[in-house]
Design a protein around this ligand. Sequence first.
Ligand SMILES: [Zn+2]
Ligand SMILES: [Zn+2]
Length: 396
Amino acid sequence: MSSDLLDSAKKIEPRIVNTRRTIHSHPEMGYQEEQTSTLVQARLRELGIPFRSGLAKTGVVAQIKGELGDGPCVLLRADMDALPIEEASGVPFSSEVPGVMHACGHDAHTAMLLGAAELILDRKSTFAGTVKLMFQPAEEGGGGAARMIDDGVLAEPKVDAAFMLHVWPELDMGQVSCGPGPQLAGANAFTITVKGRGGHGARPHDTIDPVVVGAQIVLAMQTLVSREVDPTVPAVVTLAAFNAGNVSNVIPDQAVIKGTIRAFDDVLFKHLEQRVVEVATGVGAALRATVEVDFAMSYPPSVCDAAMAEHLADSTRSLLGSEKVLPSKPEMGAEDFAFVLQKVPGAMLWLGVKNPDWPAPKPVHTATFDIDEGALPIGSSAMAGVALDYLVKSSK
Ligand SMILES: [Zn+2]
Ligand SMILES: [Zn+2]
């Protein structure tokens, strides 16, 4: 797809920016994206694009059919949910909802996909087949993509290829990156509850101290990666929360530890899950405490198909110039687009959003996260381009 797509995206840039700012000011947590979903539906209605709503509660799936007849179906995905963070970015369109912020750029993703919808619609006489637009809830831990798959987002017509983008503050605005294989790790969230027996801080012999047991569990877990995983293979076990007691002279009844496992390899991931349980319960048993481990959510690794990643790279190279398209560097973060990638070959694009004049990146999931909005038309045209190129290529 030539650079006319980027020119067209620049023409609609004010609208994409506006949409992004509206969503940014009104962030909604996972499965509560009512206003955002309503905004998406209103815009699709305005454009005359048929859609289905109510998938995974607030999710929306729209379809643009090419005028050249039947053909394959390519899916483009955006997520709509925000994070429980109090915004401190200082932008004039900051969150109007206390304690909730679009700190992962999902506001931008949704606005860019609506922009892409316009670009694709304007070119529907040029392709055969269907572009499906997936607006999903609850990416941040809620598994919204998995629920949308259960609700049929990949069926009727069956999706043949899937693409997404994510804003990436480590890359300058104007740059993008992508690559084959695992791009993001498998991830879970677990809670370890250490049940002891509380008592007076001066009579430890009458108690089973869950603080001491919990501390031993935290230390024992440090050997899971350092002593049990091949050092050339990436893996993380992080214990990020430890809560027990609240005064200096009372031994509490229980301690609660929360953590996450990250790995690219599914077998290793499962192994670490099993070892977290074994180590926690084993240490607990040795020290007379009862330990329970609960796993809340689990995302598989996001594995990009080699041919789709190459297609995405080719398409963005022709749009932006080869010097702007960099090879990707895998991250231990996670993404629930992984559920889509398990069913359909696809790839993900990292969209540079750092203003080159900023001295340092403004990372996602922080209160000061911000993007250079100059990236928005680039994202819209890259998503439209990868879908159109795929359909044009397949119909030849
Ligand atoms: Zn995030
Ligand atoms: Zn995100």
